[in-house]
Design a protein around this ligand. Structure first.
Ligand code: G3P
Ligand code: CA
Length: 229
């Protein structure tokens, strides 16, 4: 089973910061997950919420802040809100990256950045996976990129996933821990798709999901889940 560092190692370092991503890579994950928004100047930044209030010492909407304003807030333990490009530079091929399209209209800017990193810095299509709860943005991404893996995120039961999968040609269906059930895993696998589950922080949940044949889990504690045997 693939263990994905959720927001890096969000349980033991400030989430979505370079420190958190380095910690996940050091723990040995093969993939990290992060959340992307666009700030006022158009740069792609890595932060979960639309506002900076919860995870930094600042206040306000990411979309209304300039990059300089965002660089001047503390995202925890002296860490900054990183640019997506800074995370790619830090990871430097040591792990694959699941980019969750969180902010509005980030699909095409993310596509453009990945194109640059593939052309200039030797990254491969298979190094990336794009996911979102905003299925319109997944469609926007698929319209410009037929190859990169897509994970369709669902907050609850994935009503209509067969039809959407036919349209988006995803790699995985990404379910919340409370939604996943044996029959649903079988249905998704029958379509040839993987089942990825968030957010799995307890070993008893991991072991249960292993028995169901779940393919990957997102965890805030990658070291704990990777080294439990
Ligand atoms: O991609 C899995 C997970 O990150 C989705 O939920 O709210 O943690 O971004 P959230
Ligand atoms: Ca996320």
């Amino acid at each position: 089973m693939l263990i994905i560092g959720h927001r890096g190692a969000g349980g033991t370092a400030p989430e979505n910061t370079l420190k958190s991503f380095e910690k996940a890579v050091q723990a040995g994950v093969k993939m990290i997950e992060l959340d992307v928004h666009q700030c006022a100047g158009g740069e792609l930044v890595v932060i979960h919420d639309e506002k900076i209030n919860r995870t930094t010492n600042g206040k306000g909407l990411v979309s209304e802040k300039t990059l300089t304003e965002l660089e001047n807030v503390d995202a925890g333990q002296g860490e900054k809100i990183p640019l997506l490009s800074e995370v790619l530079d830090l990871v430097d091929h040591r792990a694959m990256i699941n980019i969750e399209l969180k902010g509005a209209r980030v699909a095409v800017p993310v596509y453009e950045l990945l194109k640059k990193y593939k052309k200039d810095f030797g990254w491969n299509t298979d190094d990336f996976c794009i996911s979102s709860f905003d299925h319109q943005q997944l469609s926007d991404f698929r319209n410009v990129d037929r190859k990169t893996k897509i994970g369709i995120l669902y907050p609850r039961y994935p009503h209509g996933f067969v039809k959407l999968a036919d349209e988006l040609q995803p790699f995985s269906i990404n379910l919340s821990l409370r939604t996943v059930k044996p029959g649903l895993v079988k249905e998704i696998h029958a379509l040839g798709l993987e089942v990825w589950v968030y957010t799995v922080n307890e070993l008893f949940d991991l072991e249960h999901l292993e028995t169901l044949g779940v393919d990957a889990v997102f965890t805030n504690y990658p070291a704990k889940l990777l080294h439990h045997n």
